[in-house]
Design a protein around this ligand. Sequence first.
Ligand SMILES: [Zn+2]
Length: 155
Amino acid sequence: MGLIECTSSASLWRGYDYYKARKVKNLKKINDTQYTADVDGTMSEPYKVLIDVSHPRTSKCNCPHADGKRIICKHMIAVYFTAFPKEAQRIYDEYITYQEEEERREEELSDKICQYVWQMKKSEVQQALLELLFDGPEWQFEKFIREHDLDDEYY
Ligand SMILES: [Zn+2]
């Protein structure tokens, strides 16, 4: 498991933003698996980061979130992406592809629902509407009453 698999998705994308914003300075390769760098953060002093790509949990950063813990923080991710820009591109492309697929799935589902509703019998539509009104959220119920002038007490 690499650093990417060990981090949260929030830290992954914040780390990606840090990488894109070039907040990683003085990147040094220590050996085949370890890199050190300084990362500009919210404090005036940059954070000192060491990442180990084959043993992610031994990576270190002196930010409050990760200091003394076995957490993979956004600064480590930023260092990782700076050391491996192709990996950053791959993760980003994967994410975009996933987003596009998700959008396409939603569109297909909307089309399916529309087609289905248009071929329903009137009595089926009425039954479904009543279920939505009585089992659905209150605002929906109230909106229906208001829009169809069904409650004299409202005025
Ligand atoms: Zn950190």
